[in-house]
Design a protein around this ligand. Structure first.
Ligand SMILES: NC(=O)c1ccc[n+]([C@@H]2O[C@H](COP(=O)([O-])OP(=O)(O)OC[C@H]3O[C@@H](n4cnc5c(N)ncnc54)[C@H](O)[C@@H]3O)[C@@H](O)[C@H]2O)c1
Length: 348
């Protein structure tokens, strides 16, 4: 059991950029939390956030360790750029604070292990935001797979094609698609299959017209621990015919296929029951089965934060606990290594 903080949970926000708004709004809705500090490399950004959300008593600045000490904080929201996740988390753990972090957990696996180790040593909660698994539709999609109506999954495909112009840190990253976005889709694949990746072969490239410095497109083939094969095709500089941010999915199993376009309710086509020799037919008859609505819980950031806070306050690891989330980051890192070396990479 991890340490359970006293209520109200005293929160310091570290990293006051775009993502901070959703986290701050969530914290302000909760009666069991209090925002006590805002930290950013740029103290003006920290000040602006405290003013926007009308927290006049909050301590603001760029000295995280000092502010944690001064505010007697018990939880840090780690919302800075990926490279800053490690120093922020280690400072928080050293001050005895739990950490809830934006994805990706860390900029690489060595850093992730160091951070997970530091949390464990102090028996502190460490959870990660993976908002794209907290959606009714993906939960309904996983339920189709869980119910066994498509049989044993053999192939799982995800297509992700979008062209957002963010500006800022993503334009300068070596692997913006794989490190900053594919972590969501890889984590979703683990979620849907309840399986981890064992091996990957990946080709990453920067297609014509890309406005990113690093590779904005990738195709990766993973062998999963349930023996299925997960094929990811993605681009972050794709103009026209966009997929959803949740990706466009197909799971092909021994008895049928489940599909989800990332926007509407998923459904499946499965072998028509009680058809003699159905498997032997040239094109076997199939029937459509609509997903059952898995309607519990809120969606997106609020859904994931509900789970993170419930876990924190009951002293249990969250569904997106950092130690488990490491398996999603491992997929990203192995895909990047495969793309750089041109070899198939084994994932521990
Ligand atoms: N879950 C999602 O859907 C989602 C969406 C977008 C971004 N994110 C993640 O959220 C994080 C932040 O992204 P963003 O879009 O808000 O970025 P941003 O550039 O808008 O904000 C980052 C902020 O962190 C600050 N910062 C940098 N280094 C710091 C340090 N050492 N200490 C304190 N502050 C520091 C910057 O000054 C900036 O204000 C990233 O990890 C990103 O991958 C998640």
């Amino acid at each position: 059991m991890t340490q359970v903080p006293e209520k109200p949970v005293r929160i310091v926000v570290a990293g006051c950029g775009n993502m901070a708004h959703a986290w701050i709004r969530h914290a302000q809705e909760r009666a069991d939390c209090r925002l006590v500090g805002f930290v950013d490399l740029n103290p003006l950004a920290a000040r602006a956030m405290a003013e926007k959300y009308q927290v006049p008593d909050a301590v603001v600045g760029n000295d995280l360790a000092g502010i944690l000490n001064q505010t007697r904080a018990s939880l840090v929201f780690n919302l800075a750029i990926p490279e800053a996740h490690r120093p922020i988390a280690l400072t928080a753990f050293a001050a005895g604070c739990a950490v809830m972090s934006e994805k990706p957990l860390a900029a690489n696996l060595a850093e992730a292990d160091e951070m997970i180790g530091a949390a464990r040593e102090q028996n502190l909660f460490f959870g990660v935001m993976q908002n794209r698994r907290f959606l009714k539709q993906i939960r309904s999609f996983r339920r189709i797979v869980d119910d066994g109506i498509i049989g044993k999954p053999g192939t799982i495909n995800a297509d992700f094609y979008l062209g957002p112009r963010f500006g800022g840190f993503r334009d300068l990253m070596d692997d913006p698609l794989l490190l900053d976005m594919a972590i969501h889709t890889f984590d979703q694949a683990r979620f849907i299959l309840r399986a981890d990746a064992r091996q990957v072969y990946c080709h990453a490239f920067n297609p014509p017209g890309s406005w990113y410095r690093g590779n904005a497109s990738a195709i990766a083939i993973f062998t999963m621990s349930d023996s299925s094969v997960f094929c990811y095709r993605g681009s972050w500089c794709s103009i026209g015919y966009p997929t959803s941010w949740e990706a466009d999915w197909r799971v092909s199993g021994s008895q049928g296929t489940a599909v989800w376009d990332g926007k509407s309710m998923p459904w499946a086509e499965v072998l028509k029951p009680e058809t003699p020799n159905a498997q032997a037919a040239f094109m076997p008859e199939v029937i459509r089965v609509d997903a059952r609505d898995d309607g519990s819980g809120r969606e997106g950031h609020d859904g994931c934060l509900d789970e993170l806070f419930d876990a924190l306050l009951s002293g249990r690891p969250a569904e997106t606990d950092a130690a488990d989330n490491r398996n999603s980051l491992a997929m990203v890192m192995a895909a990047i290594e495969s793309a750089r070396t041109g070899t198939r990479v084994t994932i521990d």
